[in-house]
Structure formats: C-alpha cells, structure tokens
Design a binder for this molecule. Structure first.
Ligand code: 2NL
Length: 329
C-alpha cells in the first residue's frame, strides 16, 4: 500500500511537471484527485488494511494528496503567467516612433549607374581594377612612353618607385586584355587622379567611365553607331552627335564626341567625351595581333555628366558635403 501511494505520487508529479495548458492541468487534477481519481481509489482501499497499518498509510495518503495539490497549483500559476505575458503586446504602440533619416544616392553614383545600365543593355560587362597602379599599366602599355610630352597631362601622384595613382581607368582594360582573348566588350568605371588644380570644372580626384570593344571587324562606323545610340538613350531620341578630330596617344584616329542636346531648356552642342580606334601599339603591348584585331575605346568624366544632369555649375559641390546641395536630388 505504501509503495503504491509513493508510486502514485511520483507519477502524478512527473505528469503535472510536463503539462503546458490549463486544460491539461484540469485533466490531471481530475485523474488524480477527482471523485473517481487514482488517489480516491487508493484511499478507499485503506479500509481493507489491518487496523495497525491504517494510521501510517492514511498519513501518507494525506501527504500525497497535499503534494499533488501543491504541484497542480504551482504549475497552474506558471502557465497562467506565461499566458498573460503572451497576451500583452511586446511594445507600447502608443509611444511615438523613432524617425529614420533616409539617405539618398550620391549624384556621381547615380550618373555611374545610369551609364553602366545603358552600356549593359548594349552588351557591355563591367570591369574594375586597382586605383594604385603600376606605371606600366597607366602609361607604357597605353603608348605613353616616359619623356613623351603627352605624359605631362596625366603625370600624376607617385606612391614610390614605379607605383602611381592611376590617371584613367584604361589600365583596367589593359589588365582585362592581358587575361582574355577577343571578343571584348567592357566598361570600366572608377576613381582617377590627375595633376589639376581644383576649380569649377577640374579636380585632382575625379571619376571616369571608359569603354572598350575589340573584335575582328570592328570599325569606326561601329564606334559612331555605338556612341550615338548611347547618347540617345541618355539624352533622348532626338539627340544628334558630332565627331571632331582629336589626339590621344592610345587611339588612332581619335575623336572628341559632342552631343546637341537640351540642357536647361536650351538646345546646344556639349563636348562630352573622347574616343577613338585602339592604337596598334596598345594591342602589341597586350599580345593581340594588330593585323587580326581592331577595336574602339572611349572615356568620359562622370562629374561632367552629373553636372549636366542636375544643372549645377561647380563640380566641387559634389564633395563639399553641404546637405542643402545633396538634398536637392
Ligand atoms: C577622355 C578620353 C579616352 C580611351 C579613353 C582607351 C583605353 C584603352 C585603349 C585605348 Cl585600353 N583607349 N581609352 C580612348 C579614348 C579616349 O578618354 O577625355 N576621357 C576623360
């Protein structure tokens, strides 16, 4: 009888411990303490015991009853508390919110993204490379030898020895050509450095996007078609282009490309970018056969595009960090 009672107690306490709803608590109470419960049944049999065993067994039966009642009460409290906690909202919705300050895309990034998107639609991939370059990639491979006069306008910031800050993103394209065979169709956006004194239209640190197409029958007509199409995407379908003769050491022939476009309600010619057919010396430097391959390249400043797009007269606004400027866009 004693054993039966202690087994009953252990079983009941274990079951109550595992219960997780108020309904199950009630079910456990009925099962052990109810009118037809396990404890009632056991105590009913106390009467069958010999008289001398009855007091001890009765005392134990009472203790078991109290233990089960206590366990039920404790468990019920825990579950009720958890319920109340879950019903309460996690935060006070009547409190005022925290205002988030929204940033916006910088005009230069916007210009870069716009140009990249237009050229991506024309089948160009984006290529990137280091801003700290070897002299070889920045100059020699682009047919700009040391001591040549054309080096002056690019001659730039030397880190040490033959390591420089790049003066254009052309080195990126040299690196791509060294690693891959034609056909090539890439644009290289990025930051570049030149020995210019800052004024409204110049900065020693600025951004470029250059493009390069190399293949077996690429002609100057392809250059004109590609850039005319790109200009119409950027400035509208009525945009006219004009190609004027120019000079770059890395292209021959070379051209300045102007567009006749509407800026500030007025249509006029705008000088926009430089372009040309890739110089055979550049192909030789990367190990391409200049008899087999031809190509065209072009380059322009992103600051200039941003200035035309948003009609502001001084590129230094782009890095002056005056929020009244940035918030206009
Ligand atoms: C300008 C003119 C230009 C290129 C960049 C180029 C790159 C390679 C080979 C040949 Cl790898 N050319 N780039 C060609 C013509 C013009 O930029 O005034 N940019 C601001």
């Amino acid at each position: 009888m004693q054993d039966e009672l202690t087994r009953l107690r252990d079983e009941a306490l274990a079951r109550i411990e595992a219960v997780s709803s108020l309904e199950d608590i009630e079910a456990a109470r009925v099962a052990y303490l109810g009118r037809k419960g396990a404890l009632k049944e056991a105590t009913a049999r106390l009467a069958e015991l010999p008289a001398e065993q009855r007091p001890d067994a009765g005392k134990l039966a009472n203790e078991v009853k109290t233990a089960i009642q206590n366990a039920l009460a404790a468990r019920q409290q825990i579950i009720a508390r958890a319920r109340a906690q879950a019903a309460r909202p996690a935060f006070d919705i009547t409190l005022p919110g925290t205002r988030r300050t929204l940033g916006r895309e910088h005009p230069l990034r916007r210009a870069e993204a716009e140009l990249v998107e237009v050229f991506a639609r024309l089948g160009f991939e984006v290529a990137e490379g280091p801003e700290v370059e070897l002299e070889y990639y920045n100059f020699e491979a682009l047919n700009i030898p040391a001591e040549h006069a054309s080096r002056d306008s690019f001659d730039t910031f030397y880190i040490e020895g033959d390591v420089v800050l790049r003066s254009h993103t052309s080195p990126v394209q040299i690196r791509v050509m060294e690693q891959r065979q034609p056909p090539i169709r890439i644009v290289a956006p990025g930051r570049v450095y030149r020995p210019d004194t800052p004024d409204a239209t110049h900065s020693p640190v600025f951004h470029q996007i250059e493009g390069l197409v190399v293949g077996e029958d690429v002609t100057f007509a392809d250059l004109k078609a590609c850039l005319t199409l790109a200009m119409r995407e950027l400035f509208g379908p009525q945009t006219e282009t004009r190609f004027r003769p120019s000079f770059f050491p890395f292209t021959e022939p070379s051209a300045e490309v102007d567009v006749y476009a509407e800026i500030g309600g007025q249509r006029r010619w705008l000088e926009l970018l430089g372009a040309g057919m890739v110089h055979p010396k550049v192909f030789e430097a990367v190990g391409y056969d200049p008899e087999r391959y031809t190509g065209f390249a072009f380059g322009w400043g992103l600051e200039r595009i941003a200035m035309l797009r948003h009609e502001f007269p001084d590129l230094r606004e782009l890095w002056r960090n005056d929020l009244r400027f940035s918030r206009q866009f």
